[in-house]
Design a protein around this ligand. Structure first.
Ligand code: PLP
Length: 426
């Protein structure tokens, strides 16, 4: 081939080849904990990071390796590290960059679980999160000080489906000598490739649209290979001699894959959230159809958003794909193929109407997930956000009247019909 393979081709082939031993065409599930060494010198060189190879499935596994190569290719990154969940990916990303007493700046609009992880769990590592507003990129700069180590945003933010000006925030990060970490779970690289817009590290919950079938947990970190980790003492895991690896300095030895290596041999090795080979296989299989599924998700979501916007019981619809939406220009710039499949709308009848609506659906599933082939619905005020008061509900984008949809790949007419019959009962 003369040209680099296209996105659809990479989704099917990147990282994979027929199994050299058996000829198996699908990537085998290497369901083993450990791997036999050729001889004692081979074992020593693997342990000393002198050569690449498999030792133990907590650190590397051939099924996991294909998943890593595939997602790195789809994101346009240099290397990747697959782990047990999206939250594990975030934990390992920050563990690689942060020391006790350090801080990072994160967008206020994030997946609720990430708000908890950053605001609560990270406190016990003495890592501080400072919140900023993606609609005002300068609010990130205002929070930076001498102990700031990174900026974290979602490319397409939960729960409202808001596109973010990645380039403006990347510019602020780089001007201040910081890496930009982008959670690309909701957009997937089919819609947005954050590294092309200045991200240095991309993280994913593979549990959602990437795997796409609502059957397997997984997460991944992608190293863009773009960031200079050499500043002495700022990122010790990358720039200081490692006593556990004979004084090796990871950024000089591994160059533009140093972050991915550090995340694996210091983060995953010691914290331990490895992905199972079976889940890596399931996620890999899902990713083969990512471009087809994402386009259908987006096309269906636009049909549903237009339908809801014209319904007399609906107060508002928050979908960037609608031309009238204030976020539409950013969507056109960053994700011209579509606006994603997760969005919110408000019912004129408030809390009671929201609750009645989710009880009235029949094909749609009432549950707390996104990015399944099936269409999903939730009323945050009576479920995920039920511990908040009305004022807190509104600032979280989960007011009493708000319903969140994750539109699946069924026939759009059937999704609309189910919404229609449920709205009739509200
Ligand atoms: C689900 C989700 C996560 C967390 O991923 P898990 O696989 O559930 O650990 C992180 N970010 C976003 C945007 C998510 O939707």
């Amino acid at each position: 081939m003369t040209n680099a393979p296209g996105f659809n081709t990479l989704a099917v082939h990147a990282g994979a080849q027929p199994d050299p031993t058996t000829g198996a065409r699908a990537t085998p599930i290497y369901q083993t904990t450990s791997f036999v060494f050729d001889d004692a010198d081979h074992a020593a060189s693997l342990f000393g990071l002198q050569s690449f190879g498999n030792i133990y499935t907590r650190i590397t596994n051939p099924t996991q390796a294909v998943l890593e190569e595939r997602v790195a290719a789809l994101e346009g990154g240099m290397a990747a590290l697959a782990v047990a969940s999206g939250h594990a990916a975030q934990l390992i990303a920050f563990h690689t960059l942060m020391s006790p007493g350090d801080n990072f700046i994160a967008a206020r609009r994030l997946y609720g679980g990430s708000i908890n992880q950053f605001g609560q769990a990270f406190k016990s590592f003495d890592w501080q999160v400072r919140w900023a507003d993606t609609a005002a990129p300068e609010s990130f700069e205002a929070e930076i000080d001498g102990r700031t180590k990174a900026i974290f945003i979602e490319s397409l933010a939960n729960p409202g489906g808001t596109f973010v000006d990645i380039e403006a925030i990347a510019e602020i990060a780089h001007r201040n000598g910081l890496p930009l970490i982008v959670d690309n779970t909701m957009a997937t690289p089919y819609l947005v490739r954050p590294i092309e817009h200045g991200a240095d590290i991309v993280v994913h919950s593979l549990t959602k649209f990437m795997g796409g079938h609502g059957n397997s947990m997984g997460g991944i970190l992608v190293d863009g290979g773009t960031f200079d980790w050499s500043a002495s003492g700022k990122y010790p895991a990358l720039s200081d001699p490692r006593p556990d690896y004979n004084g090796m300095v990871l950024h000089t030895t591994f160059g533009n894959i140093a972050f991915a290596i550090a995340a694996r041999v210091l983060g995953l090795r010691d914290l331990g959230p490895a992905i199972s080979p079976f889940n890596a296989f399931m996620l890999l299989t899902g990713i083969e159809t990512l471009p087809l599924r994402m386009q259908r998700h987006c096309d269906n979501a636009l049909v549903v958003a237009r339908y809801l916007a014209g319904h007399d019981k609906v107060a508002w619809v928050n979908y960037a794909g609608l031309e009238s939406d204030p976020n539409h220009a950013l969507q056109q710039r960053y994700a011209p193929r579509g606006a994603g499949a997760v969005f919110t709308f408000g019912l004129k009848g408030g809390y009671a109407a929201g609750k009645a609506f989710v009880e009235g659906v029949s094909m749609l599933s009432h549950l707390a997930n996104i990015g399944d082939t099936r269409s999903l619905v939730i009323h945050p005020a009576s479920t995920t956000h039920s511990q908040l008061n009305d004022e807190q509900l509104v600032s979280a984008g989960a007011g009493p009247e708000v319903v969140r949809l994750s539109i699946g790949i069924e026939d759009a007419a059937d999704i609309v019909a189910d919404l229609e019959q449920s709205l009739a009962k509200v």
